[in-house]
Design a protein around this ligand. Structure first.
Ligand SMILES: Nc1ncnc2c1ncn2[C@@H]1O[C@H](COP(=O)(O)OP(=O)(O)OP(=O)(O)O)[C@@H](O)[C@H]1O
Ligand SMILES: [Mg+2]
Length: 405
């Protein structure tokens, strides 16, 4: 078996490529969760409902979702801290949970490391003692413990802190010690439950980068839990977005952002502007051409996941990501074809951009992002241009009658 503490994997461009583009036909499954169900005693609703997820060697998979959606429960089942009511868990080819056979291996019989939100650094131990603890519990020889602890601390950038007592560390340092302790047994899978949530924004950013680099070097599988979408988008090879114990969509971050399968995914990952439109043409696979309401000759392309109900003639909301709209000051009285006219009612400077509330004939008020170098005066006429394609279409409840047209 490979050992990343005794022979560290060099950070080569090849290793980098391997982790960024996981080819599921070639990479090996490090952990497979299959049809997991869990209802806590006394609860009516299951915390996790039929969850299935594969994590490949060298991959970062994130469980993302709102509070109470079942992320920690899933992670605890993977670690062996909760027993699923139903379902199987495999580490590589080995079953560690098989509900039909009442098999459920204890945490120390699974090849996992775990880092919790609270770090759980023992205050009565030094840094080295904290990191050595899992090895002592497994009765490793003294010399090997010393070597592994040294390498694990080097990996997380904490060499030289061996004798420092746990309480005399900053939050970020405690967190790195928790990582070293989770890595010291050389797990195939590392489970992280909101490990950055106690850190301030700057430190979180640094830790995000540190974890990404560390994971590339070690090439281990990482299942990461967060409810922070920026963290999920920036760190993950794949995201599984959960709600009410169910995975709503899983795929690479771009897929969830650009092709959300339902309104929950659309609204949880990034922001979406909703424009009114009428479907001009459609095909059975859900590709649509949509005419924008209140604009002459402005047609955009997008898709729906509900081609049975959204078809030619349907009134829809077009889901548009804010960066897919350009805002320009009007340079005449007649709105050019392909553009939408409006009035910038309010301009809000928010640092990296300016947000304009724009009143659009036939659409209502929509918040549009503009770049900060060319501010537009409040009250002035503007022209909007949407990216021609890549939008999503959603069932709507608007009607021409309501608009008085
Ligand atoms: N030990 C427990 N006993 C009873 N119910 C529990 C227990 N742990 C979690 N739950 C319930 O199970 C559901 C899922 O909880 P879980 O901790 O998995 O959510 P989460 O997605 O991790 O949320 P958060 O983002 O707040 O950490 C919630 O409704 C929660 O109240
Ligand atoms: Mg949780």
């Amino acid at each position: 078996m490979r050992s990343f503490l005794t022979t560290a994997v060099p950070e080569t461009p090849a290793a980098r490529t391997a982790t960024e583009n996981i080819d599921s036909t070639k990479a090996k499954i490090a952990m497979r969760l299959e049809g997991l169900w869990k209802t806590y005693p006394g609860n009516l609703q299951p915390a996790v409902k039929g969850l299935s997820l594969d994590v490949y060697d060298g991959e970062i998979v994130t469980l993302l979702g709102p509070s109470g959606c079942g992320k920690t429960t899933t992670l605890r089942m993977a670690a062996g801290l909760e027993v699923p009511d139903l379902g199987d868990i495999f580490f590589g080819d080995t079953a560690v949970v098989m509900s039909s056979r009442r098999l459920c291996l204890a945490p120390n019989k699974r090849n996992v490391g775990m880092v919790f939100q609270s770090y759980a650094i023992w205050p009565h131990m030094t840094v080295a003692e904290n990191v050595a603890f899992p090895l002592k519990a497994r009765r490793f020889p003294r010399k090997e413990i010393r070597d592994r602890v040294r390498r694990a601390l080097e990996l997380v950038g904490m060499a030289g802190f061996e004798d420092r007592p746990g309480p005399l560390l900053s939050g970020g340092q405690q967190q790195r010690v928790a990582f070293a302790r989770a890595l010291v047994t050389e797990p195939r899978v590392l489970l992280l439950d909101e490990p950055f949530s106690n850190l301030d924004a700057k430190l979180r950013e640094q830790m995000r980068i540190r974890v990404k680099l560390l994971q590339r070097r070690l090439n281990i599988a990482l299942l990461f839990v967060t409810h922070d979408q920026i963290e999920a988008l920036s760190l993950s090879n794949r995201i599984a977005l959960m709600n009410f114990g169910v995975v709503q969509q899983q795929g690479d971050p771009r897929l969830l952002y650009e092709k959300p399968v339902n309104e929950f995914v659309r609204d949880f990952v990034g922001r979406t502007l909703l424009f009114k439109g009428t479907v001009q043409s459609s095909n059975p696979s859900g590709q649509l051409a949509i005419a924008l309401e209140g604009a002459s000759d402005c047609v955009v392309f997008g898709r729906t996941y509900d081609p049975d109900s959204i078809k030619t003639g349907s009134l829809v909301y077009i889901g548009v990501r804010p960066e897919d709209v350009e805002i320009h000051p009007a340079s005449g009285t007649k709105v050019p074809p392909g553009m939408i006219g409006g009035t910038a009612q309010a301009a809000l400077f928010v640092g990296e951009r300016i947000e304009y509330q724009v009143e659009i004939q036939g659409q209502g008020e929509i918040l549009i992002y503009g770049e900060r170098h060319n501010p537009i005066d409040e009250g002035s006429k503007v022209w909007l241009k949407l990216r021609p394609e890549g939008h999503s279409a959603w069932a709507s409840n608007w009607s021409h009658k309501e608009d008085g047209e």
